[in-house]
Design a protein around this ligand. Structure first.
Ligand code: ZN
Length: 338
């Protein structure tokens, strides 16, 4: 079975929404794409664990709305998710381990322990003057997507309207540009997924690092604003960057429908396109497990071997499959965060 390092999952959000402060559901099993048993069964042994703060409705229920949220709400949710994560790592060191660099990830993966790297999806918890960035870094934060699909103090995300262009809205704010420079200096990876085109081009000109989209697909195959245009892919390729294939049916299908009845060959079409535009070193996985409706042929993390089997059926060799499943992420992490 191929070992997988994955670019994006939302399991910490699910645990937080279930008021599971110790993360016990992850250990005992729950109705999610990822838990300890499903990860083990599917070879999922590492990945970026996102902390995303949802909007709340009038009764305090979490909803996937795109209205701006406050820094207070974002900090309280983010700190709670870090708490869940740290509790899991402390109480179950043989199951999940917090990692800060490639070496730690490789050691955990080799020991069959989930190698988890903390990521913030939408930087609302970061103060616009960046005064708390270092504190989050000390807690293990190694990756930030400046925006989710909404606006914040740093920039503007793309909405989900289908079909649509990612070229909607203004570029990064001054605080956004400061955030990119600070992350470059500290060794925090910047994730371009969810960002609009103006912000994307701002970052492309600000940073000398390879450009990364942890969980995005191809706009030419599925015209969602969340997907990458050929010009964006060319910039990512030129920077020596990487894209993680998103399993979300709504970003895979040409009709944009969110349905589990989505065949694996659609995912292969996106992978082929990524390989053609980014080369064999620029393509990885970014499942969006527990944040999206994914193809039923995968179902949960336990179904990952069905995807690698589809890659083999499509003629991908063993070395290429290993690159897509983990090696490209590991090499990129060494370049980005050490
Ligand atoms: Zn996302």
């Amino acid at each position: 079975m191929e070992l997988i390092f994955d670019g994006h999952n939302d399991i910490l959000l699910r645990l937080w929404m279930a008021n599971d402060s110790s993360g016990q559901g992850y250990i005992e099993g729950m109705d999610t794409h990822i838990d300890a048993a499903k990860a083990k069964a599917g070879g999922l042994t590492g990945g970026f664990f996102a902390m995303f703060t949802p909007q709340q409705n009038a009764t305090g229920e979490a909803i996937l709305g795109t209205d701006p949220i406050t820094m207070t709400d974002a900090q309280s949710a983010t700190d709670a998710m870090i708490g869940i994560f740290q509790s899991l790592c402390r109480e179950h060191p043989q199951i999940i381990r917090q990692c800060h660099n490639k070496e730690e990830i490789e050691a955990a993966m080799a020991a069959g322990i989930m190698a988890a790297v903390l990521h913030i999806e939408g930087a609302e918890a970061i103060a616009p003057d960046l005064s708390n960035l270092e504190n989050y870094y000390r807690q293990g934060l190694r990756s930030i997507g400046p925006v989710w699909s909404r606006s914040n103090a740093f920039g503007h995300g793309v909405p989900f309207d289908f079909p649509g262009s990612p070229d909607q809205g203004a570029g990064l704010t001054q605080a956004g540009k400061n955030l990119i420079r600070a992350c470059d200096e500290m060794g925090i990876m910047i994730d371009l997924s969810h960002l609009n085109e103006a912000g994307f081009w701002n970052i492309a000109s600000l940073t000398s690092r390879p450009l990364i989209a942890t969980h995005s697909n191809i706009h030419a195959l599925s015209p969602s604003p969340r997907n990458l245009t050929d010009q964006q892919l060319a910039a990512i390729a030129e920077s020596g960057g990487l894209v993680g294939l998103n399993f979300a049916s709504g970003f895979l299908r040409e009709d944009g429908e969110k349905t589990a009845a989505t065949a694996l060959d659609v995912m292969i079409r996106h992978l082929d396109y990524l390989l053609e535009h980014l080369g064999e070193d620029g393509v990885a996985l970014g499942s969006d497990f527990d944040g999206a409706v994914i193809p039923e042929a995968i179902g949960t993390a336990a179904g990952l071997p069905n995807l690698t089997a589809a890659m083999a059926d499509a003629g991908y060799g063993k070395a290429l499959i290993a690159k897509i499943c983990r090696q490209n992420w590991l090499d990129m992490i060494a370049k980005q965060i050490g």
